[in-house]
Write a protein that binds this ligand. Structure first.
Ligand SMILES: Cc1ncc(COP(=O)(O)O)c(C=O)c1O
Length: 439
């Protein structure tokens, strides 16, 4: 008999009770709080599969919240990292692999004339914002409702504001995401709805010459998975060029996931700066800010500070270099496979939704997509997602999928890897049909 609820995670529950004594909430990232029935503890992961401490197996579409583009523990990357270990991890100086890696990122990514490596998406975003302000000599930054750019004081704002506080559509309230945030840190931030060029134009006109940067996820993956409306990015690009505003694409999710050239390559719009993390290291910690030399060189002149003890540690650089080699092999065969498999899974899920008589909505691309419940034909911005989807049904679907052996992110996002197989898709479609029936 299949165990559901707490029965299937007795060992995780035991670990959780112990963990809570030493870590607040029993976890080490607030995004892991509140998992039902308890935050699970995992034992190992291989390819497309994840194994928890109770012996449950999951087909994994969370992939460490996106990074594991080659699946878990990919052999070639692990071997490359293992063979580097005996030669040291951190030199507090330069080494060959970091040069090769920067050169490769620069070759692959349209905006990447120069690259600075670091470890997390959050800190690379900080570097991008700082250098944009220094370059323009301006203060204001435009950020969009529902877009996430890390957890720092100046940008962890209006990520998922609730209906009663979000304010008018075309001038949303600025809502900090945490108690304790310094309100001076986000004083120069203006929040706008994404995917609406008229509202943006008006804000830029009103902002005069004090807007340093516009930052966005070029495909919004933190609130559903929403593509830009046709022509939107081109118009934003044009507006930024005309007004001397630095356009920053946060490609922490889309970079090296949508393709080797990121969302900017796929959508054919080149920002001035872009931030990468997650898939770049297929699970090893690495990030970068990349962009035009005339902006990035402010770091090189020492005018704009960017630092970090662990920047370009050997393990992360070797892992990233090996990941890029794997992704580029056989003319990008890995991408072809994962897009094909992901698109097939999207179709299977739509079919399961129809057959179960539900309004299951599947939106995105083969490499990253989202499921929710709504009667809208398309979600185009945060409010479509937050106000017009049945989010409690969405959460319940995530929970039941887990019980049926399929793990997706708690917010309903599915990440594909090159390790997922046709068999995984078939098993997932069956699990989804059962889960929809149980809803
Ligand atoms: C678009 C985006 N930007 C920035 C970040 C922050 O990255 P990190 O968690 O590595 O600090 C994330 C994390 O999920 C993200 O999705």
């Amino acid at each position: 008999m299949k165990h559901t609820g707490k029965q299937r995670c007795q060992e995780s529950t035991r670990f959780f009770e112990l963990a809570k004594q030493f870590a607040p909430g029993g976890v080490h990232s607030n995004f892991r709080l509140g998992m039902k029935p308890v935050p699970l503890f995992y034992d190992r992961a291989q390819g497309s599969k994840l194994y928890d401490v109770d012996g449950n197996v999951y087909i994994d579409y969370a992939l460490g919240m996106g990074p594991a583009i080659l699946g878990h523990a990919p052999r070639t990357v692990i071997e490359a990292v293992a063979s580097s270990l005996g030669n040291g991890q951190l030199f507090g100086g330069q080494h060959r692999v970091e040069v090769k890696l920067s050169q490769e990122i620069s070759r692959l990514v349209p905006c990447a004339q120069k690259v600075r490596l670091s470890l997390t998406g959050s800190e690379a975003v900080q570097a991008a914002l700082r250098v944009a302000r220094a370059y323009t000599g301006r203060h204001k930054v435009i950020k969009f409702e529902g877009h996430y750019h890390g957890w720092c004081d100046n940008i962890y704002v209006s990520i998922n504001p609730e209906a009663q506080v979000m304010g008018p559509y075309d001038s949303p309230a600025t809502i900090p995401g945490s108690r304790g945030q310094d309100e001076l840190a986000y004083k120069h931030l203006q929040i706008l709805p994404w995917n609406d060029i008229e509202v943006l134009r008006r804000a830029v006109d009103a902002g005069g010459d004090d807007i340093a940067a516009i930052i966005m996820e070029p495909i919004m993956c933190n609130s559903s998975v929403i593509l830009p409306q046709p022509g939107y990015l081109e118009e934003v690009r044009d507006l930024c060029t005309r007004r001397g505003i630095v356009l920053i694409f946060d490609e922490v999710i889309t970079g090296f996931r949508i393709g080797l050239a990121g969302a900017q390559g796929y959508l054919k719009v080149t920002p001035d700066l872009a931030v990468f993390a997650k898939a770049l290291g297929t699970g090893f910690p690495i990030s970068c800010v990349a962009g035009l030399s005339r902006i990035m060189d402010l770091f090189g002149k020492g005018e704009v500070m960017h630092g970090g003890t662990y920047n370009t540690n050997v393990v992360s650089c070797v892992a990233a270099m090996s990941t890029l080699e794997e992704l580029g092999r056989d003319n990008g065969l890995a991408y072809e496979r994962l897009h094909h498999i992901g698109s097939r899974l999207m179709e299977e899920l739509r079919k399961a939704g129809r057959q179960a008589g539900t309004n299951l909505h599947v939106q995105g691309l083969g490499s990253v997509f989202h499921t929710t419940f709504t009667d809208q034909p398309e979600l185009t911005n945060y409010r479509d997602y937050y106000l017009r989807c049945d989010l409690s049904r969405q959460s319940r679907f995530v929970e039941i999928l887990m019980e049926e052996g399929v793990r997706i992110t708690s917010r309903g996002t599915w990440f594909l890897s090159s390790a997922h197989t046709e068999n995984d898709i078939e098993s997932t479609a069956q699990a989804a049909a059962i889960a929809l029936g149980r809803l």
